[in-house]
Design a protein around this ligand. Structure first.
Ligand SMILES: Cc1cc2nc3c(=O)[nH]c(=O)nc-3n(C[C@H](O)[C@H](O)[C@H](O)COP(=O)(O)O)c2cc1C
Length: 357
């Protein structure tokens, strides 16, 4: 039995060569619109129950999800869900709608299987996303990545995160606190331990109130940059443990693009994703697992382009994985390939696949 619907993979294979020739942001919009039409024809077929992961109060059908930034506004949740992702991280959402940076702001480096983006949190805002999530029938786990508006000063960033938390609490299964996008000025400074505490502590306090009122507990995860050095990462980890975050997502895009200095795509600044991020994000996962011990959930993302990359990250200690750039270049076939590989791996070593908490 194949764990993922191969019709989706085949259609993806047919469409990809055309999409990858179009202007990248236009291709993205077209692919999402195309998915809407065929969602009823695609069904993730039965996934081995052995692949299930229990994590922070949720059951994930398998470890593979879709990373933040693919469906910024929750407009395509049902269509993307039909492809078989166990979880989808919507957003990053800002409290108020904002346009993001001027276009062009998304570039391919095709030979390297990479993307460079400087989207800058284009978002229809928290109210819109709340509405979309309420209307969605997606049955997988719904993460929401939250951020700050570009015109909110850094000192008041916490107010934006709090506003997102309040507006989206009822529709979220987990929150990803995005402190690691390189495309919002100075955002990454919020990863420093003191700044982190000034964001996390009020969010946890507000979550306590919202939980008391609703009876629903929504975990708070932090998404980190791959560009933290070892000392910075160790300091952030100590703060994660002190403040009691519920999990860490590693990693966002990197600003280190020296290897691509000659490429037009890299001359605009922004964040690099895809294959060149592989080693950095894997190193971050290993380091996090070392610093945080066995209990803290880690979601691994960055440079997963094939099944081998996925297995390697799970072995390095990630509980769940997310795809973005690999999915852009390879389409639903990548998800199918990874699911087959983890199914094989789990039947060889039954204890490994369900390393939940
Ligand atoms: C066009 C684009 C937009 C993104 N937008 C977001 C975002 O809004 N929030 C976020 O946390 N990550 C965002 N990311 C980062 C991805 O979620 C992911 O962490 C990163 O691309 C590394 O994974 P990959 O190498 O598989 O692409 C974005 C990435 C791309 C390419």
């Amino acid at each position: 039995m194949r764990p993922a619907d191969t019709a989706a993979a085949m259609l993806g294979r047919a469409a990809l060569p055309v999409l990858l020739r179009l202007e990248p942001e236009r291709a993205h919009a077209l692919a999402l619109r195309g998915l809407r039409f065929i969602r009823h024809a695609w069904r993730a077929s039965s996934i081995s129950p052995q692949l299930g992961v229990e994590l922070f109060g949720h059951r994930f059908a398998h470890p593979i999800g879709l990373a933040a930034g693919f469906d910024k506004d929750g407009d395509y949740l049902d269509a993307l869900g039909a492809l078989g992702f166990s979880h989808i991280e919507v957003g990053t959402v800002t409290p108020r709608p904002q346009a993001g940076n001027a276009r062009p702001r998304l570039f391919r480096i095709r030979d390297a299987h990479a993307l460079v983006n400087r989207m800058g949190f284009n978002s229809k805002g928290a109210d819109h996303v709340a509405q979309q999530l309420r209307a969605s029938r997606y049955a997988g786990v719904r993460g929401i990545s939250i951020g700050k508006n570009a015109d909110t000063p850094l000192e008041r960033a916490v107010d934006d995160y709090l506003e997102c938390l309040r507006k989206l609490y009822g529709v979220a299964d987990y929150f990803a606190i995005n402190l690691s996008s390189p495309n919002t000025t100075r955002l990454r400074e919020l990863q420093a331990p003191d700044a982190l505490a000034r964001i996390i502590d009020p969010l946890r306090e507000e979550r306590r109130r919202l939980e008391a009122r609703s009876g629903k507990f929504v975990p708070l995860l932090v998404k980190i940059s791959p560009d933290l050095d070892e000392d910075e990462l160790a300091a952030s980890c100590a703060e994660f443990v002190r403040s009691g975050v519920d999990g860490v997502i590693a990693t966002n895009t990197t600003t280190q693009m020296d290897a691509f200095r000659d490429q037009p795509a890299a001359q605009h600044g922004g964040g690099l994703s895809g294959a060149p991020l592989l080693d950095k994000s894997l190193a971050a996962i290993r380091r996090l697992r070392h610093e945080l011990g066995t209990e803290m959930p880690i979601i691994g993302v960055g440079g997963i382009m094939n099944a081998g990359d996925a297995i390697e990250r799970l072995s390095a200690g990630a509980n769940l994985l997310q795809l973005y750039t690999g999915f852009v270049y390879r389409g639903p076939a990548l998800l199918a390939e990874i699911l087959e590989a983890v199914t094989r791996a789990s039947s060889r070593a039954p204890a490994r696949a369900s390393h939940g908490h």
